[in-house]
Write a new protein. Sequence first.
Length: 131
Amino acid sequence: MARAGASGWSAGWVIAGSIALVLVSGTIMWLAIPQLSANYTFVSPSGRVTIEIGEFCEDKCHRSIVAETEANGGRVRRGCVVDLPEAHPVLLKAAPLWAADERSVEIVHAGADGHDGRFTLDIARDCTLTD
């Protein structure tokens, strides 16, 4: 008759192996999921306008900009179009310079290559994409 644990595998080894398997699987999944190169949320001084900027770069770069503004007693989200054709990350560091009337914002940025740049986002003109 065999005793419990006589097979050479104790409960401690089975638990440790299970934990290691979960950690390795989690690490592989974490590395396989694409990460944003940059992700920012800028709120205007009055709080009436919020700008969300995301940048993801692998073979080429994909950028998204969304403006959320007050309208008719609620909030409206619209996608924005800007001309940033660079194929490398340019938004690793970014900061907003809001116009006094908050109808536009200048985004000052620095990229991976160390070059600085800026673009102006006119909310009424550039942010017209809806769901």
